[in-house]
Design a binder for this molecule. Structure first.
Ligand code: TTP
Ligand code: MG
Length: 234
């Protein structure tokens, strides 16, 4: 008796279009989660917020806390785990028309890993291993990227927000570190000194909560209808 083949080959049976995929980027405390939550009201948008929650509980271990407490020992395993969790999100299937992600592999690579190398929390050998991972991923895995929303801030503003938010793991984060991360975001997203995988929409995220809503509304059409004024990609 012949067996019924229950599995089907998705690419043949249901060719599907990749969702319009947006990465929300910006310094620590820029308001990425708040921005994403603004899109909760849309049925056709899949949100991926707060990746930090995954890093806080790796089978019971708070890798995020270890990274700040003993950075020389834990920055490298932390960044490899960030890479894994980002890749999981990048490749996760959704039937929704729009996919919005807090951060991406690109900011981990172009901002955090670079800062950690410069600060000697990542040894050059560890950094080189990260680069080999990123290069392998780039060459072998398709990462859908249609738009980057850059929540642009000044370091002093996000420093105050971060203090007010009071995530215990971030007690040791200094204004200097936020300035360094700011410069790396600027180099990447404003000046194109690192590869930008999609056009960049820049929003003023220094604004207070009530005013920032107007900025969010301004970005909605770009995100939901894929239109807008963009800085070109490189
Ligand atoms: P962010 O990814 O900037 O997230 P956030 O929730 O602080 O941002 P927002 O307020 O805009 O929603 O940073 C989360 C923490 O993880 C922060 O302490 C920096 C750290 N981090 C790294 O150390 N390496 C990385 O590669 C990333 C992406 C974050
Ligand atoms: Mg957040």
């Amino acid at each position: 008796m012949s067996k019924v083949l229950k599995t089907s080959i998705p690419s043949l049976s249901s060719p599907r279009k990749a969702p319009f995929t947006v990465f929300i980027e910006g310094n620590i405390g820029a308001g990425k989660t708040t921005f994403l939550n603004h899109f909760k009201k849309y049925d056709d948008v899949r949100l991926y917020t707060e990746p930090v929650e995954k890093w806080r509980n790796v089978q019971g271990i708070n890798l995020f806390e270890l990274m700040y407490k003993e950075s020389h020992k834990w920055a490298f395993p932390f960044q490899t785990y960030v890479t894994l969790t980002m890749l999981q999100t990048h490749t996760e299937y959704t039937s929704k028309r729009v996919k919005l992600m807090e951060r991406s592999l690109y900011s981990a690579r172009h901002c955090f890993v670079e800062a950690m190398l410069a600060n000697n929390t990542l040894h050059k050998g560890m950094y080189n291993i990260m680069q080999e991972w990123y290069n392998y991923i780039n060459e072998n895995i398709h990462i859908q990227a249609d738009l980057i929303v850059y929540l642009r801030t000044t370091p002093e503003v996000v420093y105050e927000r971060m203090k007010a938010r009071g995530r215990s793991e971030e007690d040791s984060v200094s204004l200097d570190y936020l300035k360094q991360l700011h410069d790396l975001h600027e180099d990447w997203l404003m000046h194109g000194r690192k590869h930008r995988p999609a056009p960049v929409l820049v929003l003023n995220a220094d604004l207070d909560m009530d005013k920032i809503c107007d900025e969010y509304v301004r970005s909605e059409s770009s995100i939901l209808r894929s239109q807008g004024q963009f800085i070109s990609t490189n």
